[in-house]
Design a binder for this molecule. Sequence first.
Ligand code: AP5
Ligand code: MG
Length: 198
Amino acid sequence: MFNLILFGPPGAGKGTQAKIIAQHFGFLHLSTGDLLRNEIEKKTELGILLKSYIDKGMLVPDQIVMKELYRYALQHKNAKGIIFDGFPRTLKQAESLDKVFCKKGMCISLVISIVVPEEELIKRILNRASDSNRTDDNFQIAKKRLEVYKSLTLPVIEYYKKTNRLVEVNGNRSVTEVSEDIKKAILSQINQINFIHG
Ligand code: AP5
Ligand code: MG
């Protein structure tokens, strides 16, 4: 099983790329944002609570997200690979992911950080706002999401740098150019793993 993380700020193209890469390699695409929005749509008590965080551009508490994520991921233990989109977003989530998944033989092999300048991120989110149906796609909340990303999520990069699993990709190019680079990074990591393990 080859598990990877698509890491990056709001609007970087995590979801766009995850779909392309999942289809290309036959991996499962796991977006925590989508999982949480599905729960909101069901209008459950949990959904109402989740909405109160997402609509403010704040992170949903770690315990809630992790519970939802593991429930879903462990239902797909037989997948060829999982692409994590939007998770982890805090150091606690990153550490927990390694602990829980490695124990089950589902370690994270690669973290791809998609880098895009801030003005472009805001532009993309506002462009999407007209047809995304996302209550957090507006200027004020997009700014807040970026702030939260910089303070709570960006530091997680250091955690992955230390364990030599991080590859940076310039996300400020066409969708195809970005996905070609991501495919190359995945193939190179798969070759390296095969070389080490024979
Ligand atoms: P989430 O759903 O993860 O949203 P996000 O991180 O803010 O990112 P987006 O989905 O907005 O952007 P993306 O990087 O997927 O880009 P996309 O491909 O769509 O999270 C939402 C909320 O849920 C959070 O704020 C939080 O409250 C909660 N949450 C989720 N996970 C959590 C967690 N782990 N812990 C706690 N809380 C959590 O692209 C954006 C736009 O740009 C699209 O219109 C696309 O068509 C366009 N585009 C993409 N690539 C390109 C390109 N190369 N050139 C031009 N346009 C492009
Ligand atoms: Mg997304």
